[in-house]
Design a protein. Structure first.
Length: 538
């Protein structure tokens, strides 16, 4: 029997009410707000009519997906005063009694919110000195009794200025003509000005805004129009294609270096390529993906992007065909998707600990006790990892073997008990999550056997954020050529970011010195191009 106290409605009733509101004499702004509110209610009604819409999905739709951070609950007053016991208080290593225990959180001191001047590496520095006073001069205030000396503690004024995205300059050149022979004489351009329509600074800015910050062509063109310096989307694309051509040799050289790296984090995300979508309708081809590979090479980090029908595993396998045979096996880090490692057989391949944690995070509201237990153990592992940040691989492995291995051993025993003793329904969400952990245990714990192996695949996830941002703003690539240009420029820009290099200055350099960069790409890597140019100049 239905609860009559709960009001109900239907789609036809809401649509009828909307029509009445439109025909009323209310203020137009008020009518618009009421209609939007009724449309929201109508959307909820339609969702609830679907049998497969759960409360969890409805909450995500209305409020959005929340962060995966798990906040520790504060201790109760009785715990602080030594009063009544609110739950088991043993450490997770000692057994299951610590299911409700929360690890202590570090108290971080509140900062002042100001960045140090050392963070502004791209700022222009102007030295200011006293024109009338020098160290050793008499003090003008005390009439010669004291002498001035340098404190060596200069004060600083940090001033921000702004300019439009792309500026334009019109050089109006005077033209003279002979009245007898009709010879024309044009005034020369100012010194240092080349006869070219698009300066390298223009091309570098366009590429960085599009492939570094995800601004779509239409938005950039609209900004230029408002500033009185119009530039069409097609022109911006052509300039980006020219920049990609200048960096192609460096991009190919970075792939050779990445093939010989020591650690590779990789993952992929979907991408729309319109020319491929049209072909897929006829041939039923594979969906298009963008793969991000972040490789550590001799202390540097290289980002390689590839877009097309091939999956991350196939792109990795193709990259490793360039790997030298006489170097140790590369460490691979990815999620547990079977296709990732189907074409690459490696004894040093690991799975992401954060992905395994997510299996429980998604069901934390249904199973809060069990999820909290696993979260506490993972938090302890990452605290141990933080302590090992400055250690070499041998010391890091010994550190984890001492502190993390016992904790992980207890977690494995707890998972085995839940499944073997059928304390958890095998086909439930919790049972599936625990079976995921047990099925991939060896690869989830590679870092307990290899001191160089990372815990998670966060590097690849962070690299893919740039692709996702570009996809949200620009929606698609028109052709595979457009996707290729995007891969080249995104790879160069992201590699600059990973190594703390000014991406705009770097792009400007390879555009200006395109011929040399194509001939000697090893001299124009993001982390050494400044030193190489200085050495050649000297």
């Amino acid at each position: 029997m239905e609860d009559e106290s709960i009001p109900t409605t239907s789609k036809s009733e809401i649509e009828g009410l909307i029509r009445q509101i439109r025909a009323s004499s209310l203020d137009p702004a008020a009518k618009d707000k009421i209609e939007r509110l009724l449309r929201t209610v109508l959307s909820l009604v339609l969702l609830l009519e679907k049998k497969n819409t759960s409360i969890t999905k409805l909450k995500k739709l209305i409020f959005g997906k929340k962060s995966e951070r798990h906040k520790s609950s504060k201790k109760s007053a009785s715990d602080k005063t030594g009063g009544g016991e609110t739950g088991p208080s043993e450490d997770p290593v000692t057994g299951e009694k610590a299911l409700h225990q929360e690890c202590e959180t570090k108290v971080k001191s509140k900062g002042h919110g100001h960045r140090p001047l050392s963070d502004y590496t791209g700022a222009t520095i102007v030295e200011c000195s006293n024109k009338d006073l020098r160290p050793g001069d008499s003090c003008p205030e005390c009439i010669g009794k004291g002498r001035l000396y340098d404190l060596d503690e200069p004060t600083a004024l940090l001033q921000f200025r702004s300019e439009p995205l792309i500026n334009a300059t019109i050089y109006r050149r005077e033209v003279l003509r002979c009245s007898s022979c009709q010879q024309r004489y044009e005034a020369p351009l100012p010194p240092g000005v080349k006869y070219q329509t698009y300066d390298p600074t223009c091309d570098a800015t366009i590429a960085l805004l599009k492939y570094g910050y995800g601004l779509p062509w239409t938005r950039m063109s609209a900004i230029q129009e408002m500033r009185g310096v119009p530039m069409s989307e097609s022109v911006m694309w052509e300039r980006s294609a020219e920049t990609a051509r200048a960096g192609l040799g460096i991009f190919l050289h970075l792939q050779k270096l990445a093939a010989n790296g020591s650690i590779c984090n990789f993952d992929d995300t979907r991408v729309r390529i319109l020319s491929c979508l049209a072909e897929d309708k006829k041939t039923k081809g594979a969906a298009t993906q963008t793969t991000a590979l972040v490789v550590r090479y001799e202390g540097k980090q290289i980002a390689i992007y590839r877009s097309g029908r091939t999956h991350a595993g196939s792109n990795l396998a193709d990259l490793l065909t360039k790997r030298a045979a006489d170097i140790p096996e590369i460490i691979l880090m990815c999620d547990a998707l079977a296709a990732n490692l189907s074409k690459v057989k490696s004894s040093r391949s690991g799975y992401c600990l954060v992905h395994a944690r997510r299996e429980l995070y998604d069901i934390r509201e249904k199973y809060p006790v069990e999820s909290t237990y696993v979260f506490n153990i993972i938090r302890e592992i990452y605290r141990n990892e933080e302590e090992a940040l400055l250690m070499d691989p041998v010391e890091r492995l010994a550190h984890h073997q001492e502190k993390s291995a016992p904790v992980m051993r207890v977690l494995r025993e707890w998972i085995d008990r839940q499944l073997d003793e059928v304390r958890v329904e095998p086909n439930s969400d919790l049972g599936k999550a625990l079976r995921y952990w047990r099925r991939h245990w060896d690869r989830l714990t590679l870092w307990l056997r290899d001191g160089e192996a990372p815990l998670d695949n966060n590097l690849a996830e962070q690299a893919l954020r740039k692709v996702v941002l570009l996809r949200k703003n620009s929606l698609f690539f028109k052709t595979e050529r457009g996707a290729e240009v995007g891969d080249i420029l995104t790879s160069l820009i992201q590699t600059c970011r990973l190594n703390g290099v000014d991406a705009w200055e770097y792009l400007l350099t390879i555009i200006r010195e395109e011929a040399e960069a194509a001939q000697y790409p090893e001299r124009y890597l993001p982390w050494n191009y400044r030193e190489e140019r200085s050495a050649r100049a000297a």
